[in-house]
Design a protein around this ligand. Structure first.
Ligand code: NOJ
Length: 512
């Protein structure tokens, strides 16, 4: 029955804005974004209408993997600021009605973490078993182009395991001391008032205890793309129990990097693991109605009966931005914004998509990331004129194309900009229980149009996306008026004329 599977718990209605701190805003002129920079621009997020912020790692790190290699989970890297800055960020966010999620990286530390330094100091070290050491490697492959997942340690004559770079040794979560230490990290931040965590590669803490070779690794794939072991679920249940012991509905959203909704679903457990998991097929999807229809249907078919709340994401710091994926088309990016913000589930926005940014083109001599992900990590242009709000040293990466035109300043001032499209769509979402929490039902439409109804009690909306590069006729049953077109179209509030321009999307409300 409509509405019985959803309630108003905050994270179901939330719209999450991902901040990649290095590239968000620089306050001290060193060319790298920082926490005071985030503080100075929190109002941008409020103006947009997102209500939750996820901040990618700001902890102490040698930066072999841009902060996903942590050498102290309970301190902040000087590049980004101080512990006090983070406390101010938590408090200032809360003062504005925003929730704040930090990034929790449980699978691996930095090789400079004191735990690993101790572990590799001798085979007899009390922390030897905090990491995974073996006499012989198997064929497991690491991600980020790192080759074998095993690195030889000369001094102690064994190999250690790393699913990512050799500078990111994997923790051994079967050791209760590791569990206790990592729970201590969570408590440290929960006590400071964070509203939850995004959990990095949440499906990776459990390793195959037999260390069997894997044919997919032999074929060149990295283990992180399919590691799916029962023990990761036990780890997550432990984390969930801890988080649930805190007041205030703190949330866990996990990165489960497996491209299968059925597998991702397992990480919700019996309501005792992740509250939400990323589901990445749309992150790879080209501008194609069949691909979108297939993954949206699959999510509804599998997740709704299981009472697992979906998430939607088109871009993040690890993948080519969706506008770039759609051949640079702003028109498609605008239509995709309507789709993203009207599906059933919590949307995650990646900083800059609200400005219509494309990936930056990075010359080989400017490349930073060993995994080749620099393009989407380019700095946000704030002001129209160079240096676009980055007023000291030039930013650590070049700007995306047309930074002046896509600057926040220009976008705020132009009521027809993609920024205001996002803002308006979020306003409609906030005002409509159907768009936030309602059920999702596809309606008959031409194959190149994706059309669906959202309904919560009496509240109903219809959403139509024309993927075709030509105008198409489409008359949905009933009488509808347009609440918001992605671009063009007749004035909002007028009757829907039964046609969609090329690559145009619309949110419709019933005519009263
Ligand atoms: C996933 C993160 O999103 C990515 O940026 C990072 O390189 C790996 N996990 C390793 O932490």
């Amino acid at each position: 029955m409509t509405g019985t599977y959803s309630d108003e718990i905050w994270w179901k209605s939330a719209v999450v804005y991902q901040i990649y701190p290095r590239s968000f805003a620089d306050s001290n002129g060193d060319g790298v974004g920082d926490i005071p920079g985030i503080l100075a621009h929190l109002d941008h997020i409020c103006r947009l209408g997102a209500d939750t912020v996820w901040v990618s790692p700001v902890f102490k790190s040698p930066m072999a993997d841009a902060g996903y290699d942590i050498s102290d989970y309970c301190d902040i890297d000087p590049l980004f600021g101080t512990l006090d800055d983070v406390q101010r960020l938590i408090d200032e966010a809360h003062a504005r009605g925003l929730r704040l999620l930090l990034d929790f990286v449980p699978n691996h530390t930095s090789d400079r973490h004191p735990w690993f330094i101790e572990s590799r100091s001798s085979r007899a070290s009390p922390k030897r078993d905090w990491y995974i050491w073996r006499d012989e490697p198997n064929d497991w492959r690491a991600a980020l182009g790192a080759g074998s997942a095993w690195t030889w340690d000369e001094k102690t004559g064994q190999y250690y395991l790393h699913f990512f770079l050799p500078q990111q040794p994997d923790l051994n979560w079967r050791n209760p001391e590791v569990v206790e230490a990592m729970h201590g990290v969570l408590r440290f931040w929960l006590d400071r008032g964070v509203d939850g965590f995004r959990i990095d590669v949440a499906h990776c803490t459990g390793k195959d205890p037999t260390f069997a070779d894997h044919p997919r690794c032999l074929a060149g794939e990295a283990l992180v793309d399919f590691n799916d072991q029962p023990y990761s679920h036990e780890v997550l249940r432990g984390i969930r129990r801890l988080v649930d012991s805190y007041p205030g509905d703190r949330v866990l959203v996990g990165e489960v990097n497996i491209r299968s909704t059925a597998s991702v679903l397992q990480y919700y457990g019996a309501g005792d693991e992740l509250h939400m998991s990323f589901n990445f097929p749309p992150l790879d999807a080209p501008w194609d109605p069949i691909v979108f229809r297939t993954c949206i249907r699959e999510v509804d078919t599998l997740m709704r009966p299981a009472d697992a709340w979906p998430t939607w994401v088109l871009s993040n710091h690890d993948n080519v931005r969706h506008r770039t994926r759609y051949n640079g088309s702003l028109r498609r990016a605008r239509a995709a914004a309507i789709l993203l913000l009207s599906l059933r589930g919590t949307p995650f926005l990646f900083q800059g998509e609200e400005l219509g940014l494309e990936d930056a083109r990075i010359d080989p001599d400017r490349r930073v990331d060993p995994g080749g992900r620099d393009g989407c990590r380019a700095p946000l242009p704030w002001t129209e004129q160079p240096p676009h709000g980055w007023n000291g040293a030039p930013p650590w990466l070049p700007f995306p194309p047309n930074p002046g035109q896509h600057s926040a300043e220009r976008q705020w001032a132009d009521s027809g900009s993609i920024f205001h499209l996002y803002r308006h769509a979020l306003e409609l979402r906030r005002a409509s229980p159907a768009l936030r929490l309602g059920d999702w039902e596809e309606i008959d439409s031409p194959p190149e149009i994706l059309a669906f109804r959202r309904r919560y009690g009496d509240d109903v909306r219809l959403v139509c996306v024309n993927f075709a590069d030509r105008e198409l006729q489409f008359t949905p049953p009933g009488k509808w008026r347009a609440a918001l077109y992605s671009e063009g179209g007749p004035a909002a509030g007028t009757r829907f004329p039964g046609k969609l321009e090329r690559e145009q999307a619309v949110i419709l409300e019933p005519e009263t």
